[in-house]
Design a protein around this ligand. Structure first.
Ligand SMILES: Nc1nc2c(ncn2[C@@H]2O[C@H](COP(=O)(O)OP(=O)(O)OP(=O)(O)O)[C@@H](O)[C@H]2O)c(=O)[nH]1
Ligand SMILES: [Mg+2]
Length: 294
């Protein structure tokens, strides 16, 4: 039997659980997750290895109406995935009102001649009877290969999904070596972990007003220490004030929470030097976006 492989794009509206699914499939945290929409801003690969196949999952930013250059860059990345992958896994969530982005996603998929899967996520939140009508509705709108109810959070249905996806893989090469589970750089992963804590600690529009860059990751092996320097870029002076907090309390708490997760990632003590920088209108300026990784 020949080896099979393929790229699988996980696409859909914001907040439906795309990143949660990637993490569940991989059995490790590759993508950050939050209860707020528009968490993922870049494409994130997870390489799922089996003896006879390799499935490369591509998590993408949630598709939504765009406002700023940042949002455009996010949505462009998601739509570009339609063309870059071999199989598309559209995700929606059961038990929520249909997201306003769904019609445009369906429209975009109509011209794509690729195996198309639907993952109806968060079934742990709804009564069983409510799932069938959702499948019926989507089945009328697009010719899905399979529509699979899942719970990315609890793991329900994920095995079935993987088995069905595997059946549609074509013979192909091992794209990545067996010990590689993502293409993300260390610096990117560090910046994402910090960004996740920002979603946890700051409310309303603040997480959306910031970008995180990492300027230094230094190993100090003799001390089993990793020394990290990172910057949070915000758009206004008042945002900067909120990020720092009274007596520096906010940045301290946020930094501590990020540090604990980074210590688990690096399996070492971490020294995290976190600074807040004013970078006016970065989310609207395409040159600034490039510099900040979008
Ligand atoms: N109850 C329930 N919650 C889930 C499930 N999957 C994800 N969630 C929650 O839904 C929220 C959004 O999850 P994410 O994985 O960040 O969603 P996403 O689609 O990647 O969102 P964006 O990156 O913003 O597009 C988080 O609070 C998750 O814990 C599920 O199967 N059941
Ligand atoms: Mg996400």
């Amino acid at each position: 039997m020949s080896f099979k492989s393929g790229f699988i794009g996980i696409i859909g509206p914001p907040n439906v659980g795309k990143s949660t699914l990637l993490n569940r499939i991989m059995g490790t945290k590759l993508a950050i997750v939050s209860p707020k929409p528009q968490t993922t801003r870049n494409r994130i690969l997870g390489v799922f290895h089996q003896d006879d196949c390799q499935m490369v999952f591509m998590d993408t930013p949630g598709i939504h109406r765009t406002r700023t250059a940042l949002h455009k860059s996010m949505v462009d990345a998601a739509f570009a995935a339609f063309h870059e992958v071999d199989i598309i896994l559209m995700m929606v969530e059961a038990g929520a009102r249909e997201d306003p982005a769904v019609p445009s996603i369906i429209n975009g998929l109509k011209s794509i001649k690729k195996p198309l899967f639907l993952g109806v996520n968060k079934i742990d939140k709804v009564e069983k009877e409510r799932i069938l009508p959702i499948l019926g509705d989507y089945g009328e709108r697009l010719p899905f290969d399979a529509m699979i109810p899942i719970s990315a959070l609890k793991g329900y249905g994920v095995d079935v999904l993987l088995r069905r996806l595997k059946l549609r893989l074509k013979p192909g090469p091992e794209f990545f070596p067996p010990d590689m589970d993502t293409d993300q750089s260390e610096a990117f992963m560090v910046s994402e972990i910090i960004r996740e804590k920002i979603y946890q600690y700051l409310s309303q529009e603040l997480p959306y007003a910031c970008a995180v860059t990492v300027s230094r990751i230094e190993d100090v092996p003799e001390k089993n220490l990793v020394s990290i320097g990172a910057e949070i870029h915000v758009e206004t002076e008042s945002q900067k004030g909120i990020f720092i907090g009274r007596g520096g309390k906010m940045i301290k708490n946020l930094g501590r929470s990020a540090r604990l997760e980074l210590e688990a990632l690096f399996e070492a003590r971490v020294y995290l030097d976190l600074a807040v920088r004013l970078e006016k209108n970065w989310s609207k300026d395409t040159r600034a976006l490039k510099r900040l990784g979008y």
